[in-house]
Write a protein of this length. Structure first.
Length: 314
């Protein structure tokens, strides 16, 4: 398994480190536009492996030639949020960066599975799908695993139980309108609604929606990366090990949930062939409406991005 990570910043380097520690790849290529950074970080990660007893080649580079024939490509290049910024505020800068990364990566790895992390996530995933021309089974965005992990953490903190006892599902776009599905959230199999009053659940849902901003407000100079990287590595492992794991991922929809021509977070089965199935949960009218509102936000941002890219090209 050859893994390429584009962008050797906080998310990219942490993903490379975790992927190496977990032994999900034989070779990891860390690529960045800045000279020295990917080389230094990759060497540092490589040097940690004798200590932990893992074996994997970790290479840092500025050249896409070194990424040739990757099985999985993760795109984390771009700028992160600062306090007061929404993910959509990153649109102009990150659309140009992700477009150029996707164009160069696909030239060398035409058969890879692509995982997009750069924000605004759903829109950057749509862009990568269009630029690479790959089928929708080969391009996904990482958001749902992270949003779900945040929701699970807040529930565990509230109830004083293990995070691993909690199952949850967060659908929709990776923004303020994401849709944590309370009805599908359980603690050791017990529905959350039987354990907490509605106002506490509403507060945890809101904290999940604001989860990224909460970290940005603390860090001030950037956004979250430990949990995002862990989420990416879970998705990489699901594909690399053909786990057939059901995870919420941002995918291009073609009629599922009544939505088309938009990227949105829904539960999918990840295995060696990429997205092997898209699951359609039974939703109440209110949940369906919330999902459609979230998809409408993504659609508006896609339209804005297409305008911006056209202006840049003319
Ligand atoms: N090609 C390759 N790398 C690039 C390019 C490019 N064209 N443009 C920028 N980069 C690199 C930067 O040099 C930097 O090393 O992307 C890296 C981004 O790293 P950070 O600034 O640390 O940002 P990070 O926290 O990793 O977030 C990256 O993921 O979660 C999202 O919103 C976040 O969009 C942001 C992205």
């Amino acid at each position: 398994m050859k893994l390429t990570i584009i962008g050797a910043g906080n998310v990219g380097a942490t993903t490379a480190h975790l992927a190496a520690l977990q032994g999900v790849a034989r070779e990891i290529v860390l690529l960045d536009i800045v000279e020295g950074i990917p080389q230094g970080k990759a060497l540092d990660i490589y040097e940690s492996l004798p200590i932990v007893g893992r074996d994997c080649r970790v290479i840092g580079t500025n050249s896409y030639q070194d990424t040739a024939n990757s099985d999985i490509v993760v795109i984390t290049a771009g700028v992160p949020r600062k306090p007061g910024m929404s993910r959509d505020d990153l649109l102009t800068t990150n659309a140009g960066i992700v477009k150029s990364c996707a164009e160069q990566a696909i030239a060398y790895s035409p058969h890879a599975f692509y995982i997009v992390v750069s924000n605004p996530l759903d829109v950057m995933t749509y862009l990568t799908l269009k630029i690479t021309g790959l089928p929708r089974t080969r391009v996904v965005g990482m958001a749902g695993v992270l949003d779900t992990a945040r929701f699970r953490t807040f529930i565990a903190m509230e109830l004083g139980v293990s995070v691993s006892d909690i199952s949850a599902m967060v659908l929709g776009g990776h923004g303020d309108s994401m849709v944590p599905l309370v009805r599908y959230t359980t603690v050791a199999g017990v529905p959350l609604a039987e354990l907490l009053p509605p106002e506490r659940i509403a507060a945890l849902v809101q904290r999940t929606r604001d989860g990224g901003a909460e970290i940005v407000a603390y860090l001030k100079t950037g956004s979250a990366y430990y949990a995002p990287a862990a989420a990416v590595v879970q998705m990489i492992a699901a594909v690399a090990d053909d786990r057939k794991q059901i995870l919420p991922c941002a995918v291009f929809l073609e009629g599922e949930y009544g939505l088309s021509d938009v990227v949105c977070g829904v539960p999918v089965k990840l295995g060696r062939s990429g997205v092997e199935e898209i699951f359609q949960l039974e939703l109440t009218e209110a949940e369906q409406e919330a999902l459609h509102r979230s998809a409408a936000d993504v659609r508006r941002t896609i339209a804005r991005m297409e305008e911006l890219l056209q202006q840049a090209a003319s």
